[in-house]
Ligand binder design. Structure first.
Ligand code: PA5
Length: 455
């Protein structure tokens, strides 16, 4: 179960200049929010609305095919290598980091219960790529290449390198080491997959990369490393039901969307910090940053800027700024009530400065730090929202990610922008094509060269 606490953004706690009269604002926006929620739910099945991600919890067919393929290849590969970038990688990273045993890739095969290690190659750094390729035995690796467009330069260049090595090592059998996740009909990867006979999965129509974690984009890698995808699907379905409630007082995605929107537009809080107090949730921040940035950073509106942080680590890095620097941020804490392990600190020193730690648990220390940091921030009149997970498991994590997706969609509606396109990303992609000599981009290439030479 997940809960949202927004008491610490209330003007009763942090004052009128920085806080909101929550009860009053929920009342003021009651009808607008109800309209947004029912409109999103009405539009979600219409082609071209980019809202099909709201149906992913009900895609029994995908779950079935993913599980069937995962069980078919089980035991055949030592490693899974995911090639993808942005929305094609971040959800996978966030979920596997949160749900697999910590340091999964360093565990023995026995400790992993025979399940493969998993690597995400989400950049094209020649040094790290070479390092990974030197370390992995590709003949014992299943490569899941994920790209909706089928032509993203980073992913496809990785794929071309990996495919070449595989073919040299395995001959025509190399194709059994590749599974492609891409658009149903269009794109170069789809053409290659059909020509070469790869197993494929589909990135559904009207699901953008950053909303695709619960399509085959995420579900396939999750199933391949033995995660319980039924548990995740149950979490999404239950959260979806809860978020269909048009009453803002009962809908946590709508509450957090409105809070962020009002704090930005009325109180100048145009930055949103995502700060889980759990290392396992570290990549949830990365995933959220992309979701929030690509969805809400649009040309007619500047911001809100998302920032990733980790508690307690970043208390020793960023909190000074958040406590005393510009008061222009909403800080989102994610707090976990019950960790899988309880780690006691032994009572071995009597020094006043550290003796008090002995006999307490690290669990208690981490949550005490979350609570005390929250109070310190609100002492300084900084708004803090807290999302609490009773435990980290597939059900709660899926609820959290789906809630944040719906929150993003509602926030986009409040700003009156299209949360589902990304023209700013496309523009840079096109410039790259021009610089790298792709046919059809000759004019852009000349223009770019002129511009670069002039600086
Ligand atoms: O959210 C998005 O749409 C983007 O971040 C894409 O996921 C990213 O650009 C990768 O695109 P593709 O899946 O087409 O390779």
């Amino acid at each position: 179960m997940i809960k949202l606490c927004c008491n610490y953004v209330d003007e009763a706690v942090i004052g009128c200049e920085n806080g909101l009269n929550i009860k009053q604002e929920f009342e003021n926006y009651k009808d607008r929010i109800a309209n947004i929620i029912s409109d999103l739910n009405k539009r979600k099945d219409k082609p071209g609305q980019w809202l099909q991600w709201m149906n992913l919890g009900y895609s029994e067919e995908t779950v079935w095919y993913v599980k069937e393929y995962a069980s078919m290849v089980q035991g055949r590969f030592e490693n899974i290598l995911v090639l993808g970038i942005g929305g094609s990688a971040l959800g996978g990273l966030a979920v596997t980091e949160a749900l697999l045993k910590p340091y999964w890739n360093l565990l023995t095969e026995e400790q992993r219960e025979g399940l493969p290690r998993i690597f995400f190659l989400d950049n094209i750094d020649p040094d790290t790529m070479t390092g990974l390729l030197n370390m992995l035995d590709l003949s014992k690796t299943l490569v899941n290449v994920i790209t909706k467009s089928g032509s993203t330069a980073e992913t496809m260049s990785q794929f071309m390198i990996v495919k070449n090595i595989l073919e040299q090592e395995l001959g025509s059998n190399y194709r059994y080491n590749i599974v492609a996740t891409t658009d149903k009909r269009t794109g170069v990867l789809r053409q290659i997959a059909e020509q070469e006979g790869y197993k494929t999965f589909v990135v559904p129509d009207d699901v953008g990369g950053r909303f695709s974690v619960f399509s085959a984009v995420g579900l396939l890698p999750f199933a391949l490393v033995g995660l319980d995808i039924d548990e995740m699907v149950n979490g999404i379905k239950d959260m979806d039901l809860a978020l269909k409630n048009t009453d803002i007082n009962e809908n946590i995605a709508a509450q957090n969307a409105l809070i962020h929107y009002l704090l930005d537009t009325q109180k100048g809080k145009n930055m949103s910090v995502m700060m889980p107090y759990s290392s396992r949730l570290k990549y949830v921040s990365d995933w959220f940053v992309q979701l929030w940035a690509e969805s809400l950073g649009k040309s007619d509106y500047v911001g809100p800027t998302p920032i990733k942080a980790l508690g307690a680590t970043d208390q020793h890095s960023q909190i000074q700024l958040y406590n005393e620097g510009p008061n222009n941020k909403v800080i989102n804490f994610i707090r976990v009530d019950e960790f899988d392990n309880t780690l006691e600190i032994p009572n071995i020193f009597e020094y006043t400065g550290i003796g008090y730690l002995g006999g307490k648990s690290v669990n208690r220390l981490l949550n005490a730090e979350a609570d005390s940091t929250r109070v310190a921030l609100t002492d300084n009149k900084r708004p803090v929202v807290t999302i609490t997970l009773d435990k980290i498991n597939g059900y709660n994590l899926a609820q959290l990610l789906y809630m944040l997706e719906v929150q993003t969609a509602i926030t986009g509606e409040l700003y009156g922008i299209d949360a589902f396109n990304q023209p700013g990303v496309e523009q840079a992609k096109n410039y790259t094509y021009a610089l790298m000599g792709r046919a059809g981009y000759e004019e852009s290439a000349q223009e770019l060269e002129r511009k670069m030479a002039a600086v």
